[in-house]
Design a protein around this ligand. Structure first.
Ligand code: PEP
Length: 267
């Protein structure tokens, strides 16, 4: 059975004191042998403090991004090895805000964010440093309305995973995050999430093999909260959730963790 994960992406939120408080608050309610993974992704500057606060707790820490080179003239960037040294086990790769919101503009004024070729290099760098990447994929509203969801997911998977070994893909996580559901309060229906997860797993089987598809963990992300988390994690192919806004408050995030326990029949 795949081990479920509940992950919190703090984005550019939180303070140093809040980082310690939130992790201690979560740890106080989590048993050391919890049958799920709980991971938080704080901003870079709080990673050391987060790792210290999470020591001797079941909470794991991840970076929100990385640069694929090991060192050099890349002002403002952080390497996979640096994340490791800061206590990270995980790293987000290709979050929709990095694909669509952060970056320069093209001649028509459209944001040119991170593309699949760059994300492919980031996945390889994460592996080389021993980090577990969470590759984020998902369609925009225009793409869904144009019935392009599956084609977009396929193309993001093919671009990101090209040349990766099946062993690497089997141990990484994929987060299905429809762009229109992120930070909007609009959640995918269980049917939409289930359908996308099935498609992703089928594509992993096609690109690699059935065993890799069986092992890879696929999370749903997009306006998950305590009140909808159980339902969203009910399909067997949804192995957990990646949570933004609702991961910033201890009780709400604990509610999502408890939704995961119920959905997966873990007590
Ligand atoms: C996210 O940032 O990955 C996310 C899913 O955000 P939210 O839960 O706020 O929609």
């Amino acid at each position: 059975m795949r081990r479920p994960m509940v992950a919190g992406n703090w984005k550019m939120n939180m303070t140093l004191a809040g980082t310690r408080e939130l992790i201690r608050g979560l740890a106080a309610k989590l048993s050391s042998n919890a049958p799920i993974d709980v991971t938080v992704f704080p901003p870079f500057v709080y990673l050391f403090a987060a790792s210290q606060a999470a020591q001797d707790t079941p909470i794991r820490i991840g970076g929100q991004n990385l640069w694929p080179e090991t060192k050099g003239a890349f002002t403002g960037e952080v390497s996979a090895e640096m994340l490791r040294e800061a206590g990270c086990r995980y790293v987000l790769v290709g979050h929709s805000e990095r694909r669509h919101t952060i970056g320069g503009a093209d001649r028509e004024g459209r944001t040119v964010g991170e593309d699949d070729a760059l994300l492919n290099r980031k996945l390889k760098a994460a592996r080389a440093a021993g980090l577990t990447p969470v590759l984020c994929v998902g369609e925009t509203l225009a793409e869904r309305d144009a019935a392009q969801t599956q084609a977009v997911l396929t193309s993001q998977l093919e671009g990101g995973l090209r040349g990766q070994s099946s062993a690497h893909v089997a141990m990484m996580l994929i987060a299905y995050e429809p762009v229109w559901a992120i930070g909007t309060g609009r959640t995918a229906t269980v049917e939409q999430a289930d359908e996308a997860h099935r498609h992703i797993r089928a594509e992993i089987a096609r690109m690699f093999d059935a065993r890799t598809a069986e092992l890879v963990r696929i999370l749903y992300g997009g306006s998950v909260k305590a009140s909808n988390s159980k339902e969203l994690m009910t399909p067997p192919g949804v192995d957990g959730v990646l949570v933004g806004g609702a991961s910033l408050a201890v009780d709400e995030f604990l509610g999502i963790i408890s939704g995961c326990f119920s959905a997966k029949g873990l007590g």
